[in-house]
Design a protein around this ligand. Sequence first.
Ligand code: ZN
Length: 417
Amino acid sequence: MTLKLKNSLGGALEDFLSLEPRKVRMYHCGPTVNQPIHIGKFRSYLLADVLRRHLERSGYEVLQVMNLTDVGHLNEFEEDVVEIAAGRAGGYAWELAENEMRLFHADRRALGIRGAHEYPKAREHVEEMIETIRLLEEAGATYVEGGNLYLDITRYEKLGCLCGSTPAELAELQDGSKTTEGAQKRNPLDIDLWRTDELHQMRWESPWGSGFPGWHVECVAMSRKYLGEHFDIHTGADDNLNPHHEFEMAQAAVLAGEGDEREPLAHYWLHSGSVSVEGQAMSKSNGNIVPVRELLESGIRGRVVRVALLSEHYRDNLDFGEAALDKASEAVNVILGFRDHLSGQASAETRDPGGSAAGWITDTDAAFTAALDEDLDYWKAISVVVKALSSLEADTVGSPAQALDALGDWDRVLGIL
Ligand SMILES: [Zn+2]
C-alpha cells in the first residue's frame, strides 16, 4: 500500500510521491507566541507529528521545520499581538515571546510531539525576509502606500485555488473580518510585506524604512531558507488556509515567475479541521478557548490530551470535552496496561530470534499501517491496536517479547508509551 493524502490543493485523495526518493521536506505553520497555545493549534501540530512519525516508520528520511511567530502578526486593530500582550504584562515583546516559546515546548513535549529539526523564529530571520521582499519588488509586484510596502495581489491569478473561493469572495471575507483603519492598500487583498513604524519595539532598518515584516512573508522567507523554493508538504490549521496560505502561495508564485509549472511552495497542503468544545464553536467571543496548559495543569495526562485531540480524523471537526477525553483515556489505559502486564514476563523470556510472529501481530500490523496510509487515520489505527489487545487471552498472546516489540513499533506513530 502507498500513503494517500487528501491535498487541500485540488481536494483529491492523492498517492504521496516525494520529490526526492525516500526523502521528505515539510513545513508547518507554528504558533504565534503571545499567549498559551490552545487545543485547535495543537491539533494541527499533532497532525504534523503523526505525519512525520508515519513517514519515518514507512522508511522516509524527514526534514521538518516549524516557524515561531514573534513579530508581525497583527490583530483586527492592526496591532502586533505579541507587543500588545507584552504591554499588558508590563514587559518587552521579545521577553514575552521567549517565555511563551519555552512554555510551548513544554506543552509540546507533554503531548508526545517530537521536536522538529528547526524552529526558526521570525525575528531572527528578518534579513532573509528583506531579501525575499526585495525579490518580489524586483519582479515589479509591489507598491508603497502610506509608508508601507504591499504586494499587488492582482499579480497572482490563481488566488483562492487552495480554499476554493474566488478573489471576489475572498475580498468580501477580508473586508468583513478586518478593519482597514490605518491600512492604505489599493485592494483589501494586497499583502503586507513591510510596515514602517518608528515606535514598534521590534523593528529593523530596511530599504523601505525602519519597521517590521508582514506575517505572510515570514513563512515564505523561512521555508525557502530551510527547505528550498519547492518542497513536499505544507501543513497548518484550517484557519491558516485563508488568507495566510493563499498569501504564501501568491508570493511564491510571483517569486517563481511565469513558466514555472510547479505548485507554489509545496506539492501537498494538509489542514486540520476545527475544534468545538462541548458542542459549541471554540472562539474568543464564546469565551471557551482551551489552552493545552490548562488541561495539563488540571491533572489530565499529556498522552490522554494527545489521543483526545486525535480522536477524530484530522480533517473533521473535533468536539472536545468529557466524551473525547474518556474515549482517549480508555484507549491509553488498555495500551499501558498491556505493556505493564507483559513487561515482567518478557524480561524472563528467552528470546527466540528465529521465531515467527504470532498471527494477531501480523494481522494487527497490516490493519494499523493501512489505516495510517489512508490519509493518516490515527483513530482507526489506535482502535485496531486496542481491539487486538483487548481480545487477547493469555494463551493467544504468543511470545511476550515479540508482543512488546510490536507494541513499541506501533508506538513509533502512536506516541503514547
Ligand atoms: Zn505560516
